[in-house]
Design a protein around this ligand. Structure first.
Ligand code: ADP
Ligand code: MG
Length: 693
């Protein structure tokens, strides 16, 4: 038995440790810095560093590292040991304030989208004291922001912190106008639900596609998939439970609030959800969670697949970004309370989100765009590529009646009581519309379009900044008004009227919605190459500049990095397919054809009919020829597209030419898999991969 409270946060230099170990004045000053989101006074750094080092060494650390989130999508670390020569052939363990607050990793090998030329290859990292330091793999990890020498951001954390600041400033202005003058800070809170697959490591090792690309590029459908829906919330198998137990323990040590675990819809698919925290911490924790998942799986002879679509024809994995905003006085601004119809503050913030999402559909859409996620969005298992909001019947009718000036009729027939002993609940706020990309779920919005591998920073930068921008406009309007209550009501009704096209409470998977959304003028950016160019639209550049989240240069750099990444992913996938088809699948078919031909020959020599062998041989022969030709076409396409100049054009060509050729190759190979004996097929089947754990 584990004593969870005792275990929780043991690897974290958290508030409790700081309070116990830091001199009182230092602790108070640091806490003030963190609570106000200000920069750390360098004078404090030496004291904090020394205390941190002692604590880290007591907990087995020998090294320290600035832990940061470059544009690669994963986290980066470079370990330095604490050793320092004492001059007499011995060493002492040393860690200065300067080393705590400032690092200088060589930035030249991280994507910068052209922001930095090689002669100024150095970047620097700066401690983010709002995220606790922790110990991982024997190193004290200091969460940091990563910036180029000339001050441009090279990472995902810096813009996130900037967007949090913008949101806080503008929300506080609005709240002060509403009379909530005791609020000094507002924080975006997030709880990201993480989906993943677990498969057997020995089988994984036999699939180059999984090794190189994280997803299967070939594979015929198994006889049983997810159609019986017997996996969702089903019994968790012993090997998986052992993994989950171990995972929770590891996460708790890092102070991560791992809360819920269950089986997901697809076979071998599972989910983990933490309790929400501030978006900055949630981002760090989610990055760490993904890393720990992979490591713990490995210990259990498993591989954790975080790809958005590891298996064709089986549900892929996403990440649900539950987002809300809370004040430092403890109010969740998206909490409707008992009578939302009279809760003007709540309605004002809800309409601010409506407007932000409507105006910035493009940004939300592109923040979830990637080669992997293109397989999910719009595939009737994840939200469509069209961004819309589910508000639910109750909230929609409140806003409708305000707009039309009629009295709100109350909660129309939505009260449900299932049984005597079960309390009543509002069917609307609990019965979520699972098809919506952006759903109001009672006291928060759930942005459901994120892919499972995503760093949640970018989608939240978009959300925070867009909402901040609308709130700033609201604050300006409220500041000019004489009758604030009247002004608020007018803002709510005007904003709702102007932006209600973004509200859709129906089935987002239906074809009618695609038509309807088009009529409403909503964007439908189906693929990554279509979505990413919106990054640098004039309005977007202006908005990010207004709130000092990104400079124009930084945006263009980000767009380039993401487009280039899309191209690289497709190139690797194409090359992996060419290799597998050419070296594994086609040779296996040729070998089996030889067996068939010889069998047919010897049967006929004995005067026995060999019709079956001959028919099968002919079929396999034709398909193998098709696969061979398709492989040639794919090779050619891959070479041609690689030479195209300009990432935007190249990305579109990868999608239209290379991806199309990949599909053709896969079709013939997958059919061949159904004709060749299991024992002769060179790679593990879907059935083995999905049902082996
Ligand atoms: P679901 O039915 O989608 O699984 P849950 O109620 O279990 O929804 O919550 C999902 C996530 O939402 C959890 O991570 C939870 O901590 C988070 N969440 C709850 N309240 C808030 C909030 N105010 N802000 C951000 N996230 C929240
Ligand atoms: Mg959810």
């Amino acid at each position: 038995m584990t004593n969870v409270p005792e275990l929780f946060g043991t690897l974290v230099f958290n508030d409790k440790v700081m309070r116990q170990r830091l001199p009182k004045e230092t602790y108070t000053a640091l806490k003030k810095t963190v609570d106000s989101g200000a920069c750390l006074d360098p004078a404090l750094a030496n004291t904090i560093a020394a205390v941190m080092k002692d604590w880290a060494i007591e907990h087995g650390a020998t090294h320290y590292t600035h832990w940061f989130q470059p544009m690669t999508g994963i986290t980066a670390e470079k370990h330095d040991s604490f050793i320092s020569p004492a001059g007499d052939g011995t060493v002492i363990m040393n860690f200065s304030g300067k080393e705590l607050i400032h690092g200088e990793p060589d930035a030249s090998s991280f994507p910068s989208g052209g922001l930095r030329s090689t002669f100024e290859a150095r970047g620097y990292t700066a401690w983010d004291p709002s995220s606790y330091a922790f110990i991982k793999d024997g190193a004290l990890c200091i969460p940091t922001a990563f910036i180029s020498y000339s001050g441009q951001v090279l990472d995902k954390k810096t813009p996130l912190l900037r967007s949090m600041k913008a949101l806080s400033e503008q929300a506080v202005r609005v709240l002060h106008a509403l009379g909530d003058t005791d609020v000094t800070r507002v924080t975006a809170t997030v709880g990201p639900e993480q989906e993943y697959f677990l498969i057997d490591k020995e089988l994984w090792k036999k699939r180059k596609d999984l090794i190189f690309t994280g997803r299967t590029l070939f594979g015929a459908r198994p006889p049983k998939g997810q159609e019986l829906e017997d996996h969702y919330f089903g019994n968790i198998r012993p090997r998986v439970i052992a993994f989950m137990d171990d995972l929770d323990r590891e996460l708790w040590k890092f102070g991560i609030l791992a809360k819920t675990r269950h089986n997901e819809v697809a076979p071998a698919q599972h989910e983990l959800a933490p309790i929400f925290t501030s978006v900055n911490i949630a981002t760090d924790h989610n990055q760490l969670t993904m890393e720990v998942m992979k490591k713990v799986a490995d210990r259990h002879g498993l591989v954790c697949l975080l790809h958005e679509k590891p298996f064709a024809g089986v549900n892929g994995s996403g990440k649900h970004n539950n987002w809300s905003i809370s004040t430092d006085t403890g109010i969740n601004l998206l909490e409707p309370g008992k009578s939302p119809e009279t809760n003007l503050r709540f309605l004002l913030f809800i309409t601010a989100v409506l407007k932000a999402v409507d105006l910035h559909q493009d940004l939300l859409r592109l923040s979830v765009a990637s080669a992997g996620n293109d397989h999910r969005l719009g595939a009737n298992e994840a939200p469509p590529a069209i961004i819309s909001i589910f508000l639910g019947g109750e909230l929609t009718s409140i806003l409708e009646s305000m707009q039309s000036g009629t009295a709100y009729q109350g909660k129309k027939g939505s009260k449900m009581q299932v049984a005597e002993s079960i309390p009543e609940f509002m069917s609307d706020t609990t019965d979520r519309n699972r098809t919506s990309p952006f759903a109001f779920t009672g006291n928060k919005f759930e942005f459901r379009s994120l892919g499972s591998t995503f760093n949640i920073a970018c989608p939240n930068v978009m959300l925070n900044t867009s909402v901040a921008d609308v709130l700033s406009e609201f604050a300006d309007k409220l500041a000019q008004s004489k009758d604030v209550e009247k002004a608020i009501k007018k803002l709510i009704t005007d904003t709702y009227a102007a932006h209600k096209r973004i509200v859709f409470n129906g089935n987002n998977y239906s074809d009618e919605w695609v038509e309807e959304a088009k009529k409403r003028g909503l964007l439908n950016l189906k693929t990554t190459p279509e979505a990413l160019p919106y990054y640098s639209n004039e309005e977007n550049l202006a908005m990010f500049a207004r709130h000092k989240v990104y400079t124009g240069e930084e945006i263009v750099a980000r767009k380039e990095i993401l487009l280039e990444n899309y191209c690289k992913v497709l190139n690797i996938e194409a090359l992996t397919m060419i290799d597998m088809a050419g070296k594994q699948i086609i040779p296996a078919c040729i070998k089996y054809m030889k067996v068939l031909a010889e069998t047919a020959q010897s049967k006929e020599a004995l005067g026995i009919s060999a019709d079956t062998e001959k028919e099968l041989l002919a079929r396999i022969n034709a398909l193998t020829a098709e696969a061979f030709k398709a492989n040639g076409r794919l090779s050619e396409a891959a070479v041609n597209v690689k030479n195209i100049e300009g990432h935007e054009k190249q990305a579109a060509a990868y999608r239209d030419v290379v991806f199309a050729a990949m599909k053709e190759l896969r079709a013939s190979c997958d059919e061949l898999e159904t004709l060749v004996p299991e024992s002769d097929w060179p790679i593990p089947s879907y059935a083995e991969l999905l049902f082996s754990v």
